[in-house]
Design a protein around this ligand. Structure first.
Ligand code: MN
Length: 204
């Protein structure tokens, strides 16, 4: 199959002032598009051509097909990123996810501190995630294109900490970028839906 760039779930200026229109246009229209274009070229007429993005990530990781893995994982990671941010973001998680955050991190402030610490300490390019792993919530860092999926963890939220995600707006101040995400644009509703879906699976 041929993969297509998913549309952003909001306008390119909708996350300002957290992220500028210019940043989103470049990050989505150039970077994400490039991963998809490269992936489509790499998988044409191969054993990967009829698989889903998720299946490609798992298989390419297991087989050590690095270029295919990198471009498939980055395609998947960016789709998840766009949903992890929202013009109506910020505030606090409520309901079962809010309870789980309190259980794992004491309170929302504890979560925010741990998430920021993980994001700022990621050396070089990568991602920071809130995941469900072994039945509990935890924060996970992944380097470059790596994704929690190949480690068997289920992602609830992510933030891209590659410089291309924030450099135009924050220069080298990754901490400010993370603070602004957590206070104004983190999409707790998306994380709560992911959490509820996992709970349903566990109960079934
Ligand atoms: Mn990116």
């Amino acid at each position: 199959m041929t993969f297509k760039l998913p549309e952003l779930p909001y306008r390119t200026d909708a996350l300002e002032p957290f992220l500028s229109k210019k940043t989103l246009e470049t990050h989505h229209g150039k970077h994400h598009q490039a991963y998809i274009d490269k992936l489509n070229k790499l998988i044409a007429d191969t054993e990967y051509q009829h698989l889903s993005l998720h299946e490609i990530v798992v298989k390419a990781s297991a087989k050590g097909d690095t270029a295919i893995f990198n471009n498939a994982a980055q395609s998947l990671n960016h789709s998840f990123l766009w949903e992890s941010m929202s013009p109506e973001g910020g505030s606090a998680p409520v309901g079962p996810l809010g309870d789980a955050i309190d259980a794992a991190f004491v309170d929302l402030n504890g979560f925010q501190e741990a998430f920021k610490k993980a994001a700022v300490s990621q050396f070089g390019s990568g991602w920071v995630w809130l995941v469900v792993d072994s039945g509990g919530l935890r924060i996970m860092n992944t380097g470059n294109a790596d994704t929690p999926i190949q480690r068997g963890a289920q992602p609830l939220l992510t933030l891209d900490v590659w410089e291309h995600a924030y450099y135009l707006d924050y220069k080298n101040d990754r901490g400010q970028y993370v603070d602004s995400f957590l206070s104004d644009r983190v999409n707790w509703a998306f994380a709560a839906r992911n959490f509820e879906a996992i709970k349903v699976e566990v109960a079934a």
